[in-house]
Each structure stands twice: as C-alpha cells, then as structure tokens.
Design a protein around this ligand. Sequence first.
Ligand SMILES: [Fe+2]
Length: 196
Amino acid sequence: MNAELPELPYQYNALENSISEQVMEWHHDTHHAGYVDGVNSAEEGLSEQREAGDFSDTASLLTSFTHNYAGHVLHTLFWNNMSPDGGGEASGELRDKIEEDFGSYENWRQEFEQAAKSASGWALLVYIPREDELHNVPVDDHDEGAVWGAHPVLSLDVWEHSYYHDYGPARGDFIDNFFEVVDWSHCEQVFDRVSG
Ligand SMILES: [Fe+2]
C-alpha cells in the first residue's frame, strides 16, 4: 500500500464561515499529511520485517498502521463531506432511511450532536449493511469504538486540532457551523454505494 494525501476538493478558505483558512491548512497539510506518512512508514517497516524474518517491532508497526490508516480514511471522508455549497438537510433515500431508523431527522441530528460533543476523536453516521441500519458512532482517537462492517457516511472531526484555534472550548458552536457546510449530496452518494 502506498497512501497518498488527497487534494482538498475546494480552496483552503472556501469554508471560512465554519473553518478558517489557517485551520484548513494546518489540518490538511500537517495533520492529515502526518497520518499518510505514518501509514507509509508503518507499511515500509512491516515490509522490511517480513523480508528480514525479524518481527521484533511488528506489534508497534501494526498498531501504527491501524491508527494512521484510520485517520487517513476518516480525514478523506471529512474533506469530501463538506462543501462551500453545503448546508441544509439530507434528502432522498438517505433522508428516508434517517427518518426510518431514528424516528425523525431532528432525532438523528440531536443524537449525532451528542456523539460529537462527547467523542475524543470523531462523530460518525455509519451504515451497517448486515442489519440494513444507520447508526451514530462516537469514536475516540481514530479507531477506538469503531463498529466492524460499518461504512461511514458522514464524518465530523472533533479532535482539538479541528476547531480549537477557531472556537476555543466552544465545541458546540463548531458543530453548529459544521452543519452549515455539510455536503449532503456526497453523503447520499456514499449511502447509495454502500447500501445498494
Ligand atoms: Fe483531524
């Protein structure tokens, strides 16, 4: 595997009303890039250990891969599930499924916000194919609390590097403003793909 840092699908200042240009730059160019580098160096180390038949550092390399790859996957979704043309509410089949599984859209959103306020990492809306069900999942770090077999449809990064420079401790304001830039059309595309 050779992980690559994806380009942002918009300019650094495109989400300025919700996330500052400075935070977007740091977050993408330093933090996400660091996870990509972490994936590749863990892969390199594992490859070297396999070739040498020396597995003395394997456990730490495997843990490093999991941490960094989970970060890479979730950041990639995060960038793509926001847009300067975002906001509003889910529609189409995703909207119908949210209403079916959570009782109402408002119920879903309140539950998601609780996940986002409590997590030490991420809040995710995931689809679990084997149950044909959506769930909100709070994740610590990038992977603690992950649900096996679930596909993230919407991700919100609530690590402090994601909002503290712009909002200080007012994480709730960041969450409110995140919803102003959610690209529901992207979420609907992901949902269509993983539920089809
Ligand atoms: Fe992040």
